[in-house]
Ligand binder design. Structure first.
Ligand code: AMP
Length: 279
């Protein structure tokens, strides 16, 4: 497994493969890798001749400096994991290598998707995400790129980005990988205290109940149920929304002919966890 810090060296390595018509799969990450990341990398290895993983904690997608400062970093373990599963290349650029002197995002419009859910609570987040994803696509020029449904809104933003900027890459969405107790795997989970970690599966349990109620209850009743459930805990419900998958616009009635999905964001004493579940 080769590790590159400089984009010029990575571009050179990949150009040799492209000359030989090799298929390149790409998995962007922020490191602190877990089994969710691993499932994306394994899918890329299965689908492609060559797999590139990037590890880059992108400052422009953090609207909270404390969250950026506390973002877990486990580079040695990450590299071991990637080597063990057969990843070909890891790209670990510095902030300067990506942004030069000006650490700012480009400004994008994604037909309103960017203003829903995470967009309301994390101002500028998706401009930061789109900026880094577009930059990495330009450097790596992959045939396929893999994103988790864990960050479903991000996945839809990336699909829009590729369509709007006509970037020739196939975007593959991968299912959410969960702990045995249902908690969606996330790099931020390691920051949870034992007590918080014991409470966190409540998020998925409530999400599952809410989704099962869509067969018998109105949307209003389901929203009330979720609110009431969280009111009895120390977990802070930031939003719960049932939305149409493509537009991410909240639905007023469940429509089983269109794809709907339930989304949730919860603040566990300043550690923000998100999850979602298809209807
Ligand atoms: P991150 O390192 O959090 O930026 O995540 C890198 C990629 O891994 C993103 O496409 C995430 O959606 C995906 N990912 C994170 N957690 C999970 C999970 N539990 N299951 C599947 N994919 C995930």
């Amino acid at each position: 497994m080769q590790v590159f810090k400089k984009k010029s060296a990575l571009i050179h390595c990949l150009s040799l493969l492209k000359e030989k018509n090799k298929q390149i799969g790409f998995v962007p990450t922020m490191g602190a890798l877990h089994k969710g990341h691993r499932s994306l990398v394994e899918k890329s290895i299965e689908d492609n001749d060559f797999t590139v993983v990037s590890i880059f904690v992108n400052p422009t997608q953090f609207n909270n400096t404390e969250d950026l400062k506390k973002y877990p970093k486990t580079l040695d373990e990450d590299l071991k994991l990637l080597k063990n599963i057969g990843c070909d290349v890891v790209f670990i650029p510095s902030v300067e290598e990506i942004y030069a002197q000006t650490v700012v995002s480009k400004s994008y419009s994604f037909d309103g998707i960017e203003n829903q859910m995470e967009g309301k609570f994390r101002k500028g987040h998706f401009d930061g995400v789109a900026t880094i994803v577009q930059t990495l696509f330009e450097i790596i020029n992959p045939n396929r790129a893999y994103f988790g449904e864990k960050d479903f809104q991000q996945l839809q933003i990336v699909r829009k980005l590729v369509e709007k900027e006509t970037i020739p890459v196939e975007i593959i969405g991968c299912p959410i990988y969960r702990e045995k107790d249902g908690l969606a795997m996330s790099s931020r989970n390691v920051r949870l205290s034992k007590e918080q970690r014991n409470k966190a599966p409540f998020i998925y349990q409530t999400l599952k109940k809410a989704v099962s109620f869509t067969k018998t209850k109105s949307i209003k009743e389901i929203y009330e149920f979720v609110k009431t459930e969280f009111a009895t805990t120390s977990l802070d419900l930031e939003y719960f929304t049932i939305a149409e998958e493509n537009t991410l616009i909240e639905v007023s009635k469940v429509n089983f002919t269109k794809k709907n999905r339930a989304f949730i964001a919860v603040d566990v004493e300043a550690i923000r966890l998100i999850d979602n579940l298809s209807l």
